[in-house]
Design a protein. Structure first.
Length: 115
């Protein structure tokens, strides 16, 4: 099982980034997918979640209206489009796959929002 995040980097406040998470080794379409983040000295927090079919999404209050989670089950990939980024969005972003049988994590990608 692998979840490989990409797309992180350094961006100025107000900028945008698109994170990708490529999945392999399990039946991607049977898992809800989420993005979490963890800032230095803070607990890991849920950013956004999307159902296995992609027809339902939920967001943390801090990201509503700025972030969009989506998935492509044909490509085994989940995305996080991040707009209007703020310094407080700086964190390591992790991809997560979960169903009643298993829970998988990626290695994370760093997002830094700074001028």
């Amino acid at each position: 099982v692998q979840l490989v995040e990409s797309g992180g980097g350094l961006v100025q406040p107000g900028g945008s980034l698109r994170l990708s998470c490529a999945a392999s080794g399990f039946t991607f379409s049977r898992y809800a997918m989420s993005w979490y983040r963890q800032a230095p000295g803070k607990a890991r927090e849920l950013v956004a979640v999307i159902s296995s079919t992609g027809d339902s999404t939920n967001y943390a209050d801090s990201t509503k209206g700025r972030f969009t989670i989506s998935r492509d089950n044909a490509k085994n990939t989940v995305y996080l489009q991040m707009n209007s980024l703020k310094p407080e969005d700086t964190a390591v972003y992790y991809c997560n796959a979960r169903n009643i049988r298993a829970n998988y994590w990626g290695q994370g990608t760093q997002v830094t929002v700074s001028s």
